[in-house]
Design a protein around this ligand. Structure first.
Ligand SMILES: Nc1ncnc2c1ncn2[C@@H]1O[C@H](COP(=O)(O)OP(=O)(O)OP(=O)(O)O)[C@@H](O)[C@H]1O
Length: 258
């Protein structure tokens, strides 16, 4: 049996393990161009799903629609939490979006009164114990993303939406952040949708990897390898090749008009 993960004193509310997400017939048009079209997707509560796709495929648009930051032109987005209250969703972007004039701890507490002890526990959980009084400018890029993650987690989101959160980090810091994210997710499962360009990142972290192509979900791969055995595993290597190939395939041209 796996040894229990260390607890960081972050309140765990196992009654709210994550939101179920249901997209039906979602489309998004910019001008006369449909970026998303008839997109159907169901994400089980508490699962970790990654979205890959060529540049411009509509990944960020999809994430913004799920977050409610943008309205779909067609279709519906349903979020169903384990409790009757509305689902809490939080988004984390490639840029950390920290306020430079607020301390690290006050950035975590942005928009929240009190809960300093919880903010400190979260900073400890993300490896920044004792750095709450520092200014964002005093931190490295990876440390700043840890603060952004702590800020998102303070809200106990049942849905965590991540748009290339580690895209600007160097390869080593990126792996450290992937491990941190996975550890925190295992400790407190919640639904995660991660948009990434990094096929290996998607395969290592996810229960399912989706490929967005031609406006909807082109591939949907369930990753049934045990976590912890994935990096370098022959099946992961062959999935990686296969997915890279499908990302490189040219999108078929739209049929000519009448
Ligand atoms: N507000 C907007 N107005 C007009 N076009 C937009 C708008 N937002 C996105 N688009 C267009 O929609 C398409 C999809 O953009 P989106 O950012 O969702 O793609 P992406 O898959 O996330 O790309 P990347 O991997 O390069 O970040 C692009 O062609 C983009 O130019």
């Amino acid at each position: 049996m796996a040894s229990p993960l260390p607890s960081f004193g972050v309140p765990v509310n196992s009654a709210r393990p994550g939101a179920r997400l249901l997209l039906e017939g979602v489309g998004r048009r910019f001008g006369d161009r449909w970026v998303l079209e008839s997109l159907d997707l169901e994400v089980e509560a508490g699962s970790f799903v990654s979205v890959l796709g060529p540049s411009g495929a509509g990944k960020s648009t999809l994430l913004r629609i799920i977050a409610g930051l943008e309205q779909p032109s067609t279709g519906t987005v349903g979020l169903q939490g384990p409790a009757s209250e509305p689902v809490t969703a939080r988004v984390m972007f490639q840029e950390d979006r920290l306020l430079p004039w607020r301390s690290v701890e006050d950035n975590v507490l942005l928009g929240v009164r009190g809960r300093r002890d919880e903010a400190r526990s979260l900073l400890e959980a993300v490896g920044l114990a004792g750095r709450g009084g520092a200014w964002p400018a005093e931190l490295s890029g990876g440390q700043r993303q840890r603060v952004a993650l702590a800020r998102a987690l303070l809200h106990h989101p049942e849905l965590l939406l991540l748009d290339e959160p580690f895209g600007s980090l160097d390869a080593i810091t990126r792996i450290a952040m992937q491990r941190l994210l996975e550890r925190l997710w295992l400790e407190q499962p919640r639904t995660v949708v991660l948009v990434t360009h990094d096929v290996e990142e998607a395969l290592v972290l996810s229960d399912r990897v989706l490929v967005l192509a031609g406006g909807s979900i082109g591939r949907d791969v369930r990753i049934d390898l045990p976590r912890g055995e994935r990096r370098g595993h022959p099946r992961l290597v062959s999935w990686k090749e296969e997915l890279l190939q499908s990302l490189l395939e040219p999108v078929s041209p739209a049929p000519a008009g009448p």
